[in-house]
Structure formats: structure tokens, C-alpha cells
Design a protein around this ligand. Structure first.
Ligand code: NAD
Ligand code: SER
Length: 324
């Protein structure tokens, strides 16, 4: 029986990945860990939780030894916008935390999933149809740690034969756990505000095109890549994956199909706009499609309908405020 360890399990991705893994592999086989206690009852009560700081290498190996871990999903990180406010913390968590996890995975011969990001690209990268292998000179601390993390994972694969795998995620849209301080968070916030106030003030320009993905596709990406036959993998880490690309104006228009009175206006945050302008407009994800069958299901229309439906149920909004 496989035993999984998820770091950063209380975050936007971890809170859903942990549940998906528990459903697939059994509740007791997935050890959720974080420096925050889970408040969501489903996450808290469906299996084991350990308080684990990735900056503490001895605690990592102790938890792995106790639970006989063989696969790690390393999601603990500081995201792009918070990383620009706290670059020192972003370096500590994203680099030293990853190094500690790589060393522990090497010691216990674990398979390891590490997500990279569109943030690993920068202004000198071709921003349209961004190739799998291309120039990566990001301007943010987040991006610097993501490029270095990709290289470190490749190094551990080549040097020590460690089974490291990963993808470059775009902005992720989900309704269970709110995002943790990224540049793409507007694409989640907008749904809460549309349902609560019929109005949203966006911090990115209306024509800012970015790659996006709905959480069910992101969960499939992680699980399918980790289950892929290694013989078919030319790349191992940092596969470009995307499902759709749109601008804030496109998303607002789609929401208006459900809530006609919804309004959007713009108050640009120069820091996040600068970051978004340095990220791809859309990526080429053909390597992921070819090597392990990446094939997303959700587009802007289906994500919008599902987000409004799920959130209006969860927020228990009065009927007249529900999407129509
Ligand atoms: P998040 O901010 O929602 O969650 C991160 C979690 O890590 C938090 O629960 C936090 O408490 C935990 N954490 C922080 N410091 C820690 C430490 N020292 N030890 C242990 N846990 C710690 O982030 P997320 O959106 O779930 O992202 C997970 C990973 O996916 C990150 O590597 C991120 O860069 C990557 N990613 C996310 C997105 C996205 O849109 N969400 C896109 C691209 C890549
Ligand atoms: N959603 C993430 C961020 O904006 C992309 O890595 O930071």
C-alpha cells in the first residue's frame, strides 16, 4: 500500500489534493501536513494530520519514518505577491524548504511531486505559445525560487536517480480554499464579489491575458503525472500545463451571462500588474500532452458556471442573489 505525505496541505491546492488522494488510495494512506491547522472539517476529520514546518529537516524525516512515506506532494510555498512583500521568507520556504524535502526524499527513496509555475518565466521569455524549453529569467523572488527549484529537482533526478516530477501550473481557480497571495487570485475573488456585491474592482488591467486552470484539472494533472509510466517521460519536472487563457474583461463578460447586472472596474496594483505582464499570455503544453496524456476538461464557460453554482450553494446566499 502506498503512503503519501502532502506538505502545505491546508492551502488552495493541498486542501483539495489531500481529499482526492484519500478518496483514491484510502483515508489513512494520506498524511496531511502544514504549519496551519486545518479548519475545514472534511480535511481535518478524513485522515491523519501532522503539524510540520518544512524548514525543520529533522521533523520532516521523523514524520516520514513514522508514517513510512513513499510519495511526497510538496506544496508548502510562498506565492508571488506575498513573495514580493516578504522576499526573505519566500527564499527560506521555497528554497530551503524544498532542499529539506529533496534530501528527505533521497534518504527514504520517495517519489516527489513539486509544482513550478508560470512565474518561472519572465519578460525575455517568448510570451505567446511559450515553449517547454526556453529562456527563464524571472524578475520576482517567487520566479527565481521556481526556476532554481526546477533545476534542483532535475539535478536530484540526474545525480541521485530520485523520481522527481512536476508541472508549471498557471493560475488556479477553485471554490474550496481561497488562494494564498498570488498574482492570479483575481480570477477567484471575482466570483465571490459577483455573488456577494454584483461588483468587482480588479487589480489587473482589463486586457491582461494569463493562462488559467480549474482545480479538478489541476488535481488530475498531479495524480496522472505521478502515475505515468517513467519510460514515456522525456522531461520529468516543470511540464507546461494549461487549460485556457483569458483576460479580466473576458471573465467579467462570461459572468455577466449568468449575472447581467454584474459590473467590473479597475484599480491597478502596479506590483501585481508588473508581475502579470512578465508572465506568458499562453503556454505551449504539447510536451505534457505527448509524454503523459495531459488533457484538461474545463474551459472558461464551464468553470464560470460551476464556480457560481458551487459558491452560491456554499455561501448560502439568499435565492435572489444566486446566479441565474
Ligand atoms: P497556498 O498559499 O494556498 O498554500 C501553501 C501552504 O503552505 C499554506 O497552507 C501554508 O500554511 C503552507 N506553508 C507555508 N510555509 C510553510 C512551511 N514553512 N512549512 C510547511 N507549510 C508551509 O499555495 P497553493 O496555491 O496551494 O500552492 C501550492 C504550490 O503550487 C506552490 O508551490 C505554488 O507555487 C504552486 N502553484 C500554485 C498556483 C496557484 O494558482 N494556486 C499556481 C502555480 C503554482
Ligand atoms: N497563482 C500563482 C501566483 O499568482 C502562480 O504561480 O502566484
Amino acid at each position: 500500500m502506498k503512503t503519501f505525505l502532502v506538505t502545505g496541505a491546508v492551502g488552495q491546492i493541498g486542501s483539495e489534493l489531500t481529499i482526492a488522494l484519500r478518496k483514491k488510495y484510502g483515508e489513512s494512506s494520506v498524511i496531511a501536513t502544514d504549519i496551519k491547522m486545518p479548519s475545514d472539517p472534511e480535511l481535518r476529520d478524513s485522515g491523519p494530520f501532522e503539524f510540520l514546518d518544512c524548514l525543520d529537516p529533522h521533523h520532516i524525516t521523523r514524520v516520514m519514518q513514522i508514517h513510512k512515506t513513499d510519495t511526497i506532494f510538496h506544496l508548502a510555498a510562498i506565492l508571488s505577491a506575498v513573495g514580493e512583500i516578504k522576499p526573505n521568507m519566500a527564499w527560506q520556504v521555497n528554497m530551503n524548504g524544498l532542499y529539506n524535502i529533496l534530501e528527505a526524499a533521497r534518504q527514504y527513496k520517495c517519489s516527489l511531486f513539486v509544482p513550478s509555475s508560470i512565474g518561472a518565466f519572465g519578460r525575455s521569455t517568448p510570451l505567446d505559445n511559450t515553449p517547454q524549453d526556453t529562456i527563464q529569467r524571472p524578475d520576482t523572488m517567487y520566479g527565481v525560487t521556481k526556476v532554481a527549484g526546477e533545476l534542483l529537482c532535475d539535478y536530484y533526478f540526474k545525480r541521485f536517480g530520485l523520481d522527481t516530477r512536476g508541472v508549471r501550473f498557471p493560475g488556479l481557480i477553485s471554490h474550496k480554499t481561497e488562494p494564498g497571495g498570488g498574482t492570479t487570485d483575481y480570477a477567484v475573488e471575482i466570483f465571490y464579489e459577483a455573488l456577494k456585491h454584483r461588483k468587482y474592482t480588479c487589480y489587473l488591467r482589463q486586457d491582461t491575458s494569463l493562462d488559467m486552470m480549474y482545480m479538478p484539472d489541476a488535481l488530475n494533472a498531479m495524480i496522472n503525472l505521478m502515475e505515468a509510466d517513467p519510460a514515456n517521460l522525456v522531461h520529468h519536472n516543470a511540464f507546461n500545463v494549461t487549460a485556457m487563457n483569458f483576460t479580466p474583461a473576458d471573465l467579467a463578460k462570461e459572468i455577466q451571462k449568468h449575472i447581467p447586472e454584474f459590473e467590473i472596474d479597475y484599480e491597478i496594483d502596479p506590483v501585481r500588474q508588473e508581475i502579470a505582464d512578465s508572465w506568458p499570455n499562453y503556454m505551449d503544453d504539447s510536451a505534457a500532452r505527448k509524454e503523459w496524456g495531459w488533457n484538461p476538461s474545463y474551459l472558461i464557460e464551464t468553470v464560470t458556471a460551476d464556480m457560481l453554482d458551487q459558491l452560491s450553494q456554499r455561501l448560502k446566499l439568499p435565492h435572489e442573489q444566486k446566479s441565474r
